[in-house]
Ligand binder design. Structure first.
Ligand SMILES: Nc1ncnc2c1ncn2[C@@H]1O[C@H](COP(=O)(O)OP(=O)(O)OP(=O)(O)O)[C@@H](O)[C@H]1O
Ligand SMILES: [Mg+2]
Length: 1001
C-alpha cells in the first residue's frame, strides 16, 4: 500500500512539472518559444488570441511575460493564487505576474543580488495595474513583523497619493499615469520588505493648463472639489463645482461616470495620514492645488496702452493668501517682465498674450515642482534608516511607445525613452544568453539582431544629436523658432538614415510629411513629430520676477521648491530634454547593475471592452514592443533548456536504462536516455548542467512518447495493485494457520503494525499497568514483551532511588507488613514520610545521656505514659538506642527495657495511638509499659526494627491483657465514643476511647 501511494504521489509531481508542456494542446502554447513557426507574426497573434479568448491573458517568451489587458475582473489575483505561486518553480504553473515576481524575489533571496521588473506597454495596456499587483504580492507573501507592517502599508498607500497628483483621465485610459515611475522595494536579509524609494520621470505639466477634448486635468483637482470638507473649501476659497474653473473644463468632461472622485478623495486623505503628512503639510499642499485653480481663472484685459491688467482681483487675493505672497507684488509680477536694459534691471509691462503665457507658466511650474516635492516627501516616509545591507527589487512602470495623430515634444521624449529601454532589453537578453552558453560550455552562435544604438545616438549624441541641437536653438541669442530648429536638424542630421523631413524625403514619402514635421525611423516603426512647440516646451522658463515672488513665498512647499540660490545662478538652467536625457541615463545605470525581468503589456482594443481582440491594433503593439525580435533572439539558439535532473525525472520512463531508477549522474542518464530515443546530433547540445534542445518539435515528440508511456505505466500500475489486494485477502483468510506462503506477508504486516503501534503505547512508569491488546497470533510474544518492559521499568526506578529514600522505603515496607489492612489510619500514613527522630539529642537532658552510658540515641519522641494502676497520664520521653528503650522523665530514667527481654509489642486496631511493650516478669522490671504516641506507625516501626522484633508486634481488636507487675494482670478495652478518652472504668479496666474516624476505616 505504501508503495502504491508513493507511486501515485510521484506521478503527480511529474504531472505538475512543466505546465507549459502539459497545457500545450489545450489553449495554444504558454511559451512562445514553443511555437513551431516562431518568426511568423500571424502564428504569434493566433496564439495570443486563442489564449485571450479563454481569459488566459498571460503568455511567456522564455522568462518575459506578455500580458493582454482583460478589461474585466479575473479571479486570478486572490490570496490563494498568491500562495500557489509562492516558492514554486517558474515552469510548473501557468504564466502569471506572480511567477515573475516570485522568481525575482527567490533569486534575490538566494543569490543576494538586486533585480528590476520592467513593465512597459502603451497607455491603457495595464502597466500600473501590473505594478500594483506585484507590490500586493510582496505585501502578502513576504515575511514581515509587526513593526514592518507600517512600511508595508506605506509602500501600498504611496500609490493612491501619487496617482491623485500624477494620473488623469485621458481618452485612452481613465487612470492614465502622466509620469514615469521607478520604485525600489528594499528587503532585509530575511526577505522582509523594509523600505522603498521612488523616482519619477517627466510629469506632463502641460495638462495643468490644457486638456484635449474628453480628457481631464490631474485627479486631485476634482477629488478636492468633490470630496473636500466644507470648511476646507471655504478656507481655500473654492466652490464645490469644477465647472467654475477654467483649468478643469477644457476637456468638457469634469464629471465622469466611471470615476468616483468623492470616494477617491477619502482614500487619498487616509493615505496621507499613514505616510506621515502633517496638517501643516496638507494645508500648504492644498493651498497650492487651490492656487492653481485660482490662477486659471485670472483674466487679463488690455489697458489703453495695450498692456495687460487684472481688473477682477478676487483670484489673486486668494492666491496671495494661500501662497503667502504680497498682493501688489503678485499683481505686478503677473503683468510685467524683468528685463535687463543698459545693465540695469527694469520691469517692462506685458501684453495680454504674454501675461496669459506667464500665468500658465507659473501654474505649470508650481504644480510640477510640487509633484517632485511630493515624491521626495513620500521617499522620506519610505526610507529605511538602518544601515544594514539590503537588496532591492525595482519596479519600472513607464510609458510605452506612443504614436498619436499629432506627436509632439512629449511623444518625442517618451519614444526616446523606449528606444533606450529596448536597447537595454536586447543587450541584457543577449548578454544573459551569451553568459548561459559560456557557463554551460556551449559554443556561442552569433545571433543577428537589430541594434538600435544608431537611433539612440541620433537623439542623444553630444553636439550632434537632436537634443543638443534643440538645446542650442533654445539657448542661442536671437530669434529662434520651431522652424529654425527644424532647419538646423536638416542641416546637421539630414543625412542620417533614420531621419527624414519633407524637404529630404523622396517624392512618395513627401506627401505624408508636413512642412513643420520631422520623422524618425524608430526600431518599432516610423513616427512623425510636429516641431511646433518644441522650443517652448523644452525651455519652459519662468520670468525671473515671477520666480522671485515664489522664492519669497510663505507657503513652506513653494519655498522648498523655488530656492533663492536659483536666482543667483548666472548659468541658464538645464532644458527639459537635457534633464530628461540625464535622468534616463542614470535610470539605465541603475537598471544595468540589476537582474532583469520583463513584462510587456498589450491593450486589446481602443474601447476598454472585455473580450475584444483587435488584430490590427495588437499587431502594432507586438511590433512596437519588440516581441518578435525578442522571440527571435530567444529562439535563435535553442528553444528549450532544462537542468538534467528535471529532464531526467520527467522522461526517465522512456529508456530501460534509466527506469525506474538511474543511479549515476543525471547528465549521463540524460545522455543514455536521448541516445535511446534517437535524438539527432543537430537537435540538441549538452551543457554542464542543462540539456539544450534546438527545436520545439523534438521536445514535443519526446513529450508525446512520454504521454503514451504514462498510459502504459498506469495500466501496469493497476495490474500490480490488483495483485497486491488479492494477496492481502488470501493472507487474511489464512491468518490463523502456521506460517505458510499464503499468509506469511499478511502475518508480517500484522506483526509490523502491532509492534509499530505498541511502540507508541508502552507503559511510561512502574505504576502504569496498561498494555496494548495483542492480536491472537501475537499473544505469547506480547506477554514476554510486557514482562521485559516492566522489569526494565522497575530497574530504572530502583536505580533512580536515593539512599535516603531507600531507608524510608525499607521502613515503610516493615510498617506495611505489620499494619496494612489491620490498623486504622495506616492508609493515610503511607504518604507521610517518617522522621529520623522527633527529638534531637540536644532536646534530651544531658544527665540522661550520661545515664545511658554514651549509647547513641537512635530515635526519641515525646509520649504519654499511663501508669498501670491508676492509669494516670504522664508526659515522658521515649528514647531508643541500639540496645534498649528508655522511658525518661526530665533527668531521670523511669524504666529501661532491654530489647533482648522485650516479649511483645501490642497496639489496638483503632486510631488511638496506644502501644504496649510487654516485658518479662522479673524484679528489675516494673511491668508492661503503656504509652500513647502521636506518630504511632513511625515509633512502632523504629522500635521493632531496632529490637529486630517485627514478628512480635500484635494488632489486637477489642481488648488486651497486660502485666501490672508483681504477678498481677490488667485488661485494656478499646472502644469508640464521642470524645477520645483514656480512663479507669468502674470495673477497673483501662478503657481507651477514640472518636469514630471520618474515613470509617
Ligand atoms: N489585470 C487586469 N485585470 C483587470 N483589469 C485591468 C488589468 N490591467 C488593467 N486593467 C484595466 O485597464 C485599465 C488601465 O490600466 P493601467 O492604468 O494599468 O494602464 P497603464 O498601462 O498604466 O496606462 P497609462 O500608460 O495610461 O498609465 C485599468 O484601470 C483597469 O480598468
Ligand atoms: Mg499607468
Amino acid at each position: 500500500y505504501k508503495q502504491l501511494k508513493w507511486s501515485v504521489q510521484r506521478n503527480n509531481t511529474d504531472i505538475i512539472m512543466e505546465g507549459a508542456l502539459i497545457a500545450r494542446d489545450r489553449v495554444g502554447v504558454q511559451d512562445f518559444v514553443l511555437l513551431d513557426s516562431h518568426t511568423s507574426e500571424a502564428a504569434f497573434l493566433n496564439n495570443l488570441r486563442k489564449r485571450y479568448q479563454e481569459n488566459l491573458i498571460y503568455t511567456y517568451i522564455g522568462t518575459l511575460l506578455v500580458s493582454v489587458n482583460p478589461y474585466k475582473e479575473l479571479d486570478i489575483y486572490t490570496v490563494t493564487q498568491m500562495q500557489l505561486y509562492r516558492g514554486v518553480n517558474f515552469f510548473e504553473l501557468p504564466p502569471h505576474l506572480y511567477a515573475i515576481a516570485d522568481n525575482a524575489y527567490r533569486v534575490m533571496c538566494s543569490e543576494y543580488n538586486n533585480h528590476f521588473i520592467l513593465i512597459s506597454g502603451e497607455s491603457g495596456a495595464g502597466k500600473t495595474e501590473a505594478s500594483k499587483k506585484i507590490l500586493q504580492y510582496y505585501a502578502v507573501t513576504c515575511p514581515t513583523t509587526e513593526q514592518l507592517q507600517v512600511v508595508r502599508d506605506r509602500l501600498l498607500l504611496s500609490n493612491p497619493v501619487l496617482e491623485a497628483f500624477g494620473n488623469a483621465k485621458t481618452l485612452r485610459n481613465d487612470n492614465s499615469s502622466r509620469f514615469g515611475k521607478y520604485m525600489d522595494i528594499q528587503f532585509d536579509f530575511k526577505g522582509a520588505p523594509v523600505g522603498g524609494h521612488i523616482l519619477s520621470y517627466l510629469i506632463e505639466k502641460s495638462r495643468v493648463v490644457h486638456q484635449n477634448h474628453g480628457e481631464r486635468n490631474f485627479h486631485i483637482f476634482y477629488q478636492l472639489l468633490e470630496g473636500g470638507e466644507k470648511d476646507l473649501l471655504c478656507w481655500l476659497g473654492l466652490e464645490r463645482n469644477p465647472q467654475k474653473y477654467a483649468y478643469l473644463v477644457q476637456g468638457r468632461c469634469a464629471k465622469v461616470f466611471s470615476i468616483n472622485d468623492k470616494n477617491d478623495w477619502k482614500i487619498v486623505r487616509k493615505a496621507f495620514s499613514i505616510i506621515d503628512f502633517t496638517e501643516k503639510d496638507l494645508e500648504h499642499l492644498f493651498g497650492i492645488v487651490a492656487s492653481v485653480l485660482h490662477l486659471g481663472n485670472i483674466q487679463f484685459e488690455e489697458d489703453s496702452n495695450g498692456h495687460a491688467i487684472i481688473r477682477n482681483g478676487t483670484q489673486i487675493k486668494w492666491i496671495s493668501k494661500l501662497l503667502g505672497v504680497h498682493l501688489s507684488i503678485l499683481q505686478e509680477a503677473l503683468t510685467h517682465r524683468k528685463i535687463e536694459a543698459r545693465s540695469e534691471e527694469v520691469l517692462s509691462p506685458l501684453n495680454v498674450d504674454l501675461a496669459f503665457y506667464a500665468r500658465d507658466a507659473v501654474a505649470k511650474a508650481i504644480y510640477g515642482r510640487t509633484f517632485t516635492w511630493l515624491v521626495n516627501k513620500i521617499n522620506g516616509s519610505l526610507a529605511n534608516k538602518d544601515s544594514t545591507r539590503k537588496t532591492v527589487i525595482g519596479l519600472l512602470d513607464i510609458y510605452g511607445f506612443e504614436v498619436l495623430d499629432t506627436n509632439s515634444f512629449e511623444q518625442f521624449c517618451i519614444n526616446y525613452c523606449n528606444e533606450k529601454l529596448q536597447q537595454l532589453l536586447i543587450e541584457m537578453t543577449l548578454k544573459a544568453e551569451q553568459e548561459e552558453y559560456e557557463m554551460e560550455g556551449i559554443e556561442w552562435e552569433p545571433i543577428p539582431y537589430f541594434n538600435n544604438k544608431i537611433i539612440c545616438d541620433l537623439v542623444e549624441q553630444k553636439h550632434k544629436g537632436i537634443i543638443s541641437i534643440l538645446d542650442e536653438e533654445c539657448l542661442r541669442p536671437g530669434e529662434a523658432t520651431d522652424l529654425s530648429f527644424l532647419e538646423k536638424l536638416e542641416e546637421k542630421v539630414g543625412d542620417h538614415a533614420h531621419f527624414v523631413t519633407r524637404k529630404l524625403a523622396d517624392q512618395k514619402t513627401r506627401k505624408s510629411i508636413d512642412w513643420v514635421d520631422f520623422r524618425l525611423l524608430h526600431y518599432a516603426g516610423e513616427v512623425t513629430y510636429c516641431a511646433v512647440g518644441f522650443l517652448e516646451k523644452n525651455n519652459d522658463l519662468l520670468y525671473r520676477n515671477l520666480k522671485e515672488v515664489l522664492c519669497n513665498s510663505k507657503n513652506g512647499i513653494v519655498r522648498d521648491c523655488f530656492l533663492l540660490s536659483e536666482l543667483d545662478s548666472r548659468r541658464r538652467p538645464e532644458t527639459v530634454a537635457t534633464q530628461f536625457k540625464n535622468s534616463l541615463m542614470s535610470l539605465i545605470e541603475i537598471l544595468m547593475s540589476k537582474e532583469p525581468s520583463y513584462i510587456r503589456c498589450i491593450k486589446p482594443n481602443e474601447n476598454k471592452e472585455p473580450g475584444k481582440f483587435d488584430d490590427c491594433l495588437i499587431r502594432h503593439q507586438v511590433k512596437y514592443l519588440g516581441l518578435m525580435e525578442h522571440l527571435r533572439v530567444r529562439r535563435a539558439g535553442f528553444a528549450y533548456r532544462r537542468k538534467y535532473e528535471h529532464f531526467l525525472r520527467r522522461y526517465k520512463s522512456l529508456c530501460p536504462a534509466t527506469w525506474p531508477h538511474w543511479h549515476g549522474p543525471a547528465a549521463e542518464g540524460v545522455e543514455r536516455l536521448i541516445k535511446h530515443i534517437g535524438y539527432k546530433p543537430e537537435e540538441y547540445k549538452l551543457g554542464r548542467t542543462k540539456i539544450f534542445i534546438r527545436f520545439p518539435k523534438t521536445l514535443f515528440a519526446t513529450e508525446d512518447a512520454f504521454e503514451i508511456r504514462k498510459h502504459l505505466m498506469a495500466q501496469d500500475l493497476w495490474t500490480w495493485a490488483v495483485q497486491i489486494i488479492r494477496k492481502f485477502i488470501q493472507g487474511f483468510i489464512n491468518r490463523k494457520k502456521p506460517l505458510c506462503p499464503e499468509n506469511v506477508e499478511f502475518v508480517r504486516l500484522v506483526q509490523y503494525k502491532y509492534l509499530m503501534k505498541l511502540r507508541d503505547h508502552i507503559p511510561r512508569n512502574v505504576l502504569d499497568k496498561s498494555w496494548l491488546q495483542p492480536p491472537s497470533i501475537l499473544e505469547e510474544i506480547s506477554e514476554m514483551l510486557q514482562k521485559m518492559c516492566i522489569r526494565n521499568l522497575v530497574r530504572k526506578y530502583c536505580r533512580g532511588v536515593t539512599p535516603e529514600r531507600k531507608v524510608q522505603l525499607q521502613q515503610k515496607a516493615v510498617t506495611s507488613a505489620i499494619f496494612r489492612g489491620k490498623k486504622e489510619g495506616y492508609q493515610q500514613s503511607i504518604n507521610l514520610p517518617f522522621a529520623d527522630t522527633r527529638l534531637k539529642e540536644t532536646d534530651i537532658n544531658p544527665k540522661v545521656l550520661q545515664l545511658i552510658q554514651g549509647e547513641k540515641v537512635k530515635y526519641a519522641t515525646p509520649v504519654v505514659k499511663y501508669d498501670r494502676n491508676g492509669f494516670k497520664a504522664r508526659e515522658r520521653l521515649l528514647v531508643l538506642t541500639q540496645s534498649s528503650a528508655y522511658v525518661v522523665e526530665m533527668a531521670k530514667i523511669k524504666q529501661k527495657i532491654d530489647y533482648a527481654t522485650l516479649k511483645g509489642i501490642s497496639t489496638s486496631n483503632l486510631g488511638d495511638g496506644i502501644v504496649v511493650m510487654h516485658v518479662p516478669e522479673d524484679n528489675k522490671q516494673k511491668g508492661d509499659v503503656i504509652l500513647q504516641c502521636e506518630h504511632i506507625f513511625e515509633m512502632v516501626t523504629k522500635l521493632c526494627m531496632l529490637a529486630n522484633k517485627q514478628n512480635l508486634v500484635k494488632v489486637v481488636k477489642g481488648s488486651l491483657r497486660f502485666r501490672i507487675g508483681s504477678g498481677k494482670e490488667g485488661t485494656m478495652v478499646f472502644t469508640v465514643g464521642p470524645e477520645p478518652h483514656v480512663f479507669k472504668a468502674k470495673d477497673g479496666q483501662l478503657t481507651v476511647v477514640r472518636k469514630p474516624s471520618a474515613a470509617g476505616d
